[in-house]
Design a protein around this ligand. Structure first.
Ligand code: SF4
Ligand code: SF4
Ligand code: SF4
Length: 272
């Protein structure tokens, strides 16, 4: 049982959030929602411990499809960043605001960019593309993320300032059209730059929250330098070009780590 301590602890953490929100909001949905997500994450970790190559993909599909199809398309909740602004401006601590608080703002202090590695429905599709590791040098165009971040904020603020009717309906269609745009841009960029995660590195507005918070992450990849033989297999396997051999928080691309464990799997000396 000892080797399953991590998934048990993860499930317990999600369950604590599930029960706290269920009781605080008097709404059974939160119990179901966070229990499901916690179970999906824990299952992925169990599969990883058991040596499955598909562990991360299983969790990514279970959580990503649930959020995209069940919550987004069937439940008509905009779980994108514009949905977060919408619920925030409405003064409503539900749906996207809770999702952002847990997965993208405060959660990263504990589990870094685990969201990006195991749950995001955009990356869920991008990770099927052929460029799992970038084929060229990183581009200096990361500031695009601030433009997309600002555009999402201005879009929702303008709807509120103009007192547009039916904002809820607009938010649903913004979710549908926004996702189509994310997939189209993400796939085009992946092929153009030969890098599945190009959208994540340069365009995604959510990284404006994720990067600074994950800098302080409790959970992170570190290197046992006594075991390391400097073969470089870990760096060659990393989709995000992180310098995981450097244990400093300000290591190169440190806030890009999505905890995918590809470096850990690639290391012949179990040094990571
Ligand atoms: S960077 Fe954005 S698109 Fe990429 S995995 Fe994270 S949240 Fe998803
Ligand atoms: S390969 Fe390692 S350092 Fe790179 S993103 Fe995955 S877990 Fe992080
Ligand atoms: S793969 Fe392992 S042994 Fe090779 S450089 Fe990376 S940490 Fe060191």
């Amino acid at each position: 049982m000892k080797k399953y301590a991590a998934p048990i602890a993860l499930f317990a953490a999600f369950e604590a959030v599930a029960i706290a929100l269920w009781l605080a909001k008097d709404n059974l949905f939160y119990l179901f929602n966070f229990t499901y997500i916690g179970a999906s994450v824990a299952l992925g970790v169990v599969l990883f411990i058991r040596g499955s190559d598909r562990a991360r993909r299983v969790t990514q599909l279970l959580v990503g499809l649930y959020m995209l199809v069940f919550l987004g398309l069937i439940g008509r909740e905009n779980m994108q960043i514009e949905g977060f602004w919408y619920y925030l401006f409405s003064g409503s601590f539900t749906a996207a605001t809770i999702h952002y608080a847990v997965a993208k703002i405060f959660g990263p202090l504990l589990f870094g960019r685990g969201w990006c590695g195991y749950a995001c429905w955009t990356a869920m599709a991008l990770d099927f593309l052929p460029y799992k590791v970038p084929k060229g040098p990183r581009k200096q165009i990361g500031r695009i993320r601030y433009l997309t971040f600002a555009a999402s904020l201005v879009f929702v603020a303008a709807l509120f300032l103009a007192q547009v009717a039916n904002i809820e309906r607009i938010m649903f269609w913004a979710f549908v059209i926004g996702n189509i745009a994310y997939y189209a841009i993400g796939i085009a960029l992946a092929y153009a730059l030969k890098d599945n995660r190009a959208f994540c590195k340069y365009v995604c507005p959510v990284t404006v929250f994720l990067k600074p918070m994950s800098y302080f992450s409790l959970l992170r990849i570190t290197c046992d330098h006594d075991k390391c033989i400097g073969c470089g297999a870990c760096r060659r396997a990393c989709p995000m070009e992180v310098d995981m051999l450097d244990d400093a928080r300000n290591r190169t691309n440190g806030t890009e780590c999505i905890l995918c464990m590809e470096c850990v799997k690639a290391c012949p000396k179990h040094a990571l």
